[in-house]
Design a binder for this molecule. Sequence first.
Ligand SMILES: NC(=O)c1ccc[n+]([C@@H]2O[C@H](COP(=O)([O-])OP(=O)(O)OC[C@H]3O[C@@H](n4cnc5c(N)ncnc54)[C@H](OP(=O)(O)O)[C@@H]3O)[C@@H](O)[C@H]2O)c1
Length: 327
Amino acid sequence: MTTTMRLGETGPEVFPLALGCMGMTPGAYGHADEDESVATIHAALDRGVNLLDTGDFYSSGRNELLVGRAIRDRRDQALLSVKFGALRSPDGGWLGVDGRPAAVKNFLAMSLARLGVDHVDVYRLARLDPAVPIEETVGAMAELVQSGHVRHIGLSEVGAETIRRAAAVHPISDLQIEYSLVTRGPESSIFPTLRELGISATAYGVLSRGLLSGSVPRSGDYRAFLPRFTGENADRNRSLVASLVRLAAERGTTPTRLAIAWVRARQPWLVPLLGARTRPQLDEALGALELSLDDDALAALEAAIPPDAVAGTRYAAPQMRMLDSER
Ligand SMILES: NC(=O)c1ccc[n+]([C@@H]2O[C@H](COP(=O)([O-])OP(=O)(O)OC[C@H]3O[C@@H](n4cnc5c(N)ncnc54)[C@H](OP(=O)(O)O)[C@@H]3O)[C@@H](O)[C@H]2O)c1
């Protein structure tokens, strides 16, 4: 029996690993098999995973339609985390972020219809809108809590100051942020702020988008544009992954499990978001729960993969500039 965790002081009880659905529709990581995606969500619910993460801009709404289809008869077993705010053009391009109060309510109305639900469990701004004070955006989300359309408020990729300002308006359940063996930026000021304010984190990129599990970008795959997957960086990063493969083999486990177990051992209060898109990937990732790492194991891993060893930033320069968490 796996022990559940509370998402922040005010949030829901969740399984210690959550499922991210972004890669389950085409547009992020190349081709996606939507029937297998639905089967993967069902398998996750069967295993007790109850937090599913999506975004209204993932595949321009198609991802929410997929998640809605998967939970149609299982709404009571699923908690929905939904991101909003990112604007897309008809060809899938990025148009910026909109955090204005009226836009927030409009985004939610569309999400509820696509998901086929009457409320979202954790609603979160995907990226800070530099033109709108966070108090105004969170104020609109708080009104949606009062009207019963949202249960809890979350944030994504914002820094310590924004977290404090948001939490002064309404309790925040969790911050979604990238964190892994090769992405340790949140350790310096973001995690201490979350701990102080009683806010959890849901961590994405625990496999650095598949870099640590040896995934290679395919056709139509956004990772082909990410600095860590391209050119000389890719060559240098492959040698880091080789160290992880060796350490995993020594422990009789896989690099994927070792990378997820490292996140859980380093930050036991945090919930890793699995990017699994097939049932075998899900099964492999859930196996990380059986792996516990002592101080010696952590030290060996961190010696083989030091905090600044990875080559390349986590996003390309224009997307890096949109990250309040990197300021
Ligand atoms: N808030 C934000 O800004 C933000 C940003 C990105 C993602 N997210 C959320 O985080 C979730 C996780 O996505 P991520 O890309 O960051 O996840 P990740 O776990 O770092 O990478 C996922 C990729 O790793 C590969 N992989 C190989 N074996 C795997 C296994 N056993 N289990 C899982 N993945 C395996 C898969 O690629 P192949 O299938 O190609 O091998 C998969 O697409 C997303 O679905 C989304 O909900 C949030």
